[in-house]
Design a protein around this ligand. Structure first.
Ligand SMILES: Nc1ncnc2c1ncn2[C@@H]1O[C@H](COP(=O)(O)OP(=O)(O)OP(=O)(O)O)[C@@H](O)[C@H]1O
Length: 327
């Protein structure tokens, strides 16, 4: 990508203290993210994929400032996200927004859709009544909730899941966000309406230059919507790059496992790999003391060195990178 990134993540580490199984067991430290770095450019979508518990949502929560990172940084427009205060913080809250997985709890059931849009327009843009109404109707039309005068008066319970996600995106547009963290925004929707929401996000990206961090465990939607992709395993970036390169020519054994589990005739045979019988079904519990590759236990091609060190990144294609000793 060319130009300056709008949002950057630099060597992010996130540890959580968790209590043991019973009263007498001591506290443990779970390393949810380990040395995660990436950039998001204006008008692009970057997907983060991986199985449950690999740390995808933790990235969003840190970006929303729910947590401070243990180490590393997030930068917006060059400034440290977790050091913002006053006007800088206000601007950050306007420009970086999040859409959640559950469309049924993200809107207040007591208020109309117009109310959800009016508040941020008053707060961030200080418009008069006429301009506020114009902006609300514009936002609703942009997300396909038409006619806006009719849709805006509705309450969340009168909308379908897909329409609620559209209404939430209208709110994000009304606020004026440029970077949108989308945490599995279509996973709770019927398959038939998922595509509509993905197409809408694509339109916002292409026509309005919005940037997306798209969290998903679904490779197919990542390929459909994203320009680039990061494969996360147990908090570690194991492979990343242009979405087509990674999906059509995966190099890391974990990426190959993930992709071979999602059938696609276009790449039939490309990702075949005999994967060891799963030692653990869950992502391994990573701690700050652990060394090596987190996929070591499940990897069919693991070398001895894989239990000792996690290698530096290697460039394996035009814009494709992997951290694997075997490749
Ligand atoms: N506040 C917290 N305290 C303790 N552990 C946490 C906390 N938040 C997340 N974790 C742990 O960090 C790890 C990563 O969680 P995260 O929610 O980011 O995963 P995920 O990839 O988004 O999973 P899913 O797809 O199921 O949402 C998990 O092991 C989770 O249990």
């Amino acid at each position: 990508m060319s130009g300056n990134p709008i949002f950057s993540v630099k060597n992010l580490v996130m540890d959580f203290s968790i209590s043991g199984k019973n009263f007498f067991s001591k506290q443990q430290t779970l390393r949810a993210l380990n040395d995660v770095s990436f950039d998001i450019y204006p008008g692009e979508s970057l997907a983060v994929v991986g199985e449950s518990g690999c740390g995808k949502s933790t990235i969003c929560r840190i970006a929303m400032r729910f947590y401070n990172p243990t180490s590393g940084k997030m930068l917006f427009d060059g400034g440290d996200v977790h050091a913002f205060s006053g006007d800088e913080l206000r601007k950050y809250r306007q420009k970086v927004q999040m859409i959640f997985q559950d469309p049924f709890s993200s809107l207040n059931p007591l208020h109309s859709i117009y109310y959800h849009l009016k508040r941020p327009i008053e707060l961030y843009h200080k418009c008069d009544k006429i301009e506020t109404k114009k902006r609300m109707d514009e936002a609703l039309s942009l997300v396909g909730l038409v006619p806006p005068e009719e849709q805006g008066k509705k309450f969340p319970h009168q909308l379908s899941g897909g329409q609620r996600q559209r209404a939430f995106l209208a709110r994000i547009l009304a606020i004026g966000a440029d970077v949108i963290f989308a945490d599995e925004p279509t996973s709770m929707l019927d398959v038939s309406i998922r595509l509509g929401v993905l197409n809408l996000m694509n339109k916002l990206k292409k026509d309005m230059g919005k940037s997306f961090l798209y969290i998903t465990h679904d490779i197919a939607t990542a390929r459909y919507f994203a320009d680039r992709i990061i494969v996360l395993y147990s908090g570690h970036m194991v492979e990343w790059g242009d979405v087509d390169s990674v999906v059509l020519n995966p190099k890391h054994p974990y990426t190959r496992l993930l992709i071979s589990a999602a059938p696609d005739p276009e790449r039939d045979g490309l990702a075949k790999l005999d994967v060891k019988e799963d030692v653990e079904n869950e992502v391994s519990f990573w701690t700050p003391e652990k060394k090596g590759c987190p996929f070591y236990n499940r990897c069919p091609v693991a070398l001895e060195i894989c239990s000792i060190s996690f290698p530096d990144e290697k460039m394996v294609g035009d814009n494709q990178f992997v951290r694997c000793h075997y490749v």
